[in-house]
Every structure is written in structure tokens, then in C-alpha cells.
Write a protein that binds this ligand. Structure first.
Ligand code: NAP
Length: 278
């Protein structure tokens, strides 16, 4: 398999490890389509795959990685703890199920998928993830969909500061306050639905910037994420788009273009509210 991965920068994590700044997301990819999509991503040069127990496609992600014949150390694999598995013993059991479905002997990054504050068990759950890390079963531990309030509670009651918080983030929902808090705490920001699920491709500001660089609006959005320091994990089942979304490292947005994109923020979520979901 050819490798163009040298063009993808790595982001330094507070643990001392790193994560590729660009990865490939597999949410809403049917299991039957997943192996082909991950195969196309790995062939294009992506070396980071983002799945979750709740996506129902961990076995197919694992098979595509195995089929690629890439060394285990060459692919960064993220999976996430499902919402029904909060609690110390459930979390450990759920992790071993994910590992077995992926057919791996460790995962690079394990995330609590949603905080479920009404259930109130994310601190206990996090302590189980700390143990999995100490046992060498996961290289990095992090969270997803945590607000500043959830993170503050977690940090004050546990040992390890999450390496990453994976949250909804795109030009219409830029999360300035949370990103600033992450920077203060040394937490890397990972953007989910980075393309707003394809909903911004006919925005005029983005289209004009894209034309100036002979790029697409999607590439401009993803380049914006890269330049503001986010880890980004676009999803596509379309081979041309999988390649398009990888071609981000041969152009640069000016400060003026970055501030035009900053001006698109509407504080509008497209996904669920983390205080309510799950
Ligand atoms: N932690 C969480 O709670 C959470 C929640 C949501 C997502 N995620 C993660 O984040 C990843 C990405 O988020 P997402 O899948 O919701 O949305 P997204 O990556 O923002 O957008 C995916 C959509 O955009 C389309 N698309 C992709 N590339 C395009 C391009 N170059 N031009 C035009 N349209 C394009 C795709 O269509 P086609 O596939 O038809 O090409 C698909 O409909 C997920 O796969 C998952 O790994 C995490």
C-alpha cells in the first residue's frame, strides 16, 4: 500500500504521545460498506480511523486494517464506550468487547462517547479508563461531547487529564470558549461533523475562498480546522471525496480568510446537546 502520510502533521498530546491531525470517520457507514471505505481511506494515505461501539462497524474497521497489511503501529485506531456502558465494571467489559470486535490487542485512543450527566457516572467510568491505560490496553484516553463543566468535574476528581475532547465543531458551531479551555488544560480538540455533515458546501464565503485557491469548499473548511489546530475526522463513502478531503497540505489560508470563516459562526449545533443526550 502506498503511503502519502508524511504530509499529515501530528498533534502533540498531554500524555507525550501524538495523533495524526487528519483522520477518517466511519459514523453512519453501514457495516457492509465500511471495509471498502476504510480500505479506500488507507490507500489514500489516512492513518487514523475513528469508530465507536455505537456505530456497529468495529469488526469491519478491524478487517480493513488487517487486510491493508500495514503494521499495527502505522494506524491510529480510536473507538468509544457506548452510552449503556457507563460504570467501572461495565466499561471494562465494553472495552474488551470492542477490542475483540476490532481484532486488535490494544487501541490507540479510547473515548467516553457521551458524558450522560443525568446518570452521573462519568467520573467512575473515567477511573476504569485510567486503569485500562495503566494496563497498556489503550495508549491514550479521552472524552467526547464533554462541556467545560463536565471536564472541570472530571479533572478535579481523577488523576489523568483527558488527552482529547472530541466535540461537534464546524464553521457554524466554532466552540471558541471550549477550545480556549482545552488550550488552558492541555487537552487536544478533535472536531466531529467537521464538514457540518456536508451542509456548508454552498456557503458563498467558503465558495469564494475555495475559488481563489482552486480548491473545494470542503477542502477550505478542513484546511481551516487544520490551521486553527483541530484534529479533524471527515467521513465519506465516496472515493473521490475521500481523496479530496486528504488534499489539504498544499495550500494555506490567509489571516483574512481565516477571519472571514470565523465570521460564519452561528453557535448552531446540528447534533444533540451533551447535557441531554444518551
Ligand atoms: N463523538 C461523537 O459523538 C460523534 C458524532 C458525530 C460524528 N463523529 C465522528 O466524526 C466523523 C465525521 O462526522 P460526520 O460523519 O457526522 O460528518 P462530516 O464528516 O462533517 O460530513 C459527512 C457528510 O459530508 C459528505 N461529504 C464528505 N466529504 C465531502 C466533500 N468533500 N464534499 C461534499 N460533501 C462531503 C459525506 O457524504 P458521502 O459519505 O456521501 O460522500 C457525508 O454526508 C464521524 O464519521 C465520526 O467518526 C463523532
Amino acid at each position: 500500500m502506498t503511503s502519502q502520510t508524511s504530509s499529515v502533521p501530528s498533534i502533540q498530546l498531554n500524555s507525550g504521545g501524538t495523533i495524526p491531525q487528519l483522520g477518517f470517520g466511519v459514523f453512519q457507514i453501514d457495516p457492509e460498506e465500511t471495509e471498502q471505505a476504510v480500505h479506500a481511506a488507507l490507500a489514500t494515505g489516512y492513518r487514523s480511523i475513528d469508530t465507536a461501539a455505537m456505530y456497529g462497524n468495529e469488526p469491519e474497521v478491524g478487517s480493513a486494517i488487517k487486510e491493508s497489511r500495514l503494521g499495527r503501529g502505522e494506524v491510529f485506531v480510536t473507538t468509544k464506550l457506548g452510552n449503556g456502558d457507563h460504570g467501572a465494571s461495565q466499561a471494562k467489559h465494553a472495552f474488551s468487547q470492542s477490542l475483540s470486535k476490532l481484532a486488535l490487542d490494544y487501541v490507540d485512543l479510547y473515548l467516553i462517547h457521551w458524558p450522560r450527566p443525568n446518570e452521573g457516572r462519568y467520573v467512575e467510568t473515567w477511573k476504569a479508563l485510567e486503569e485500562l491505560k495503566a494496563e497498556g490496553m489503550v495508549r491514550e484516553i479521552g472524552v467526547s461531547n464533554f462541556t467545560e463543566e463536565h471536564l472541570e468535574k472530571l479533572i478535579s476528581e481523577t488523576e489523568i487529564v483527558p488527552a482529547i475532547n472530541q466535540v461537534e465543531l464546524h464553521p457554524r458551531f466554532q466552540q471558541h470558549g471550549l477550545r480556549h479551555f482545552h488550550d488552558e488544560q492541555g487537552i487536544a480538540t478533535e472536531a466531529w461533523s467537521p464538514l457540518a455533515q456536508g451542509g456548508l458546501t454552498d456557503d458563498e464565503t467558503l465558495a469564494a475562498i475555495a475559488e481563489a485557491h482552486r480548491k473545494t469548499s470542503a477542502q477550505v473548511i478542513l484546511r481551516w480546522h487544520v490551521q486553527i489546530g483541530n484534529v479533524v475526522i471527515p467521513k465519506s463513502v465516496t472515493p473521490e471525496r475521500i481523496e479530496e478531503n486528504f488534499e489539504l497540505f498544499d495550500f494555506e489560508l490567509s489571516d483574512e480568510e481565516l477571519s472571514q470563516i470565523d465570521g460564519l459562526d452561528r453557535g448552531e449545533r446540528i447534533g444533540p446537546d451533551p447535557d441531554q443526550f444518551g
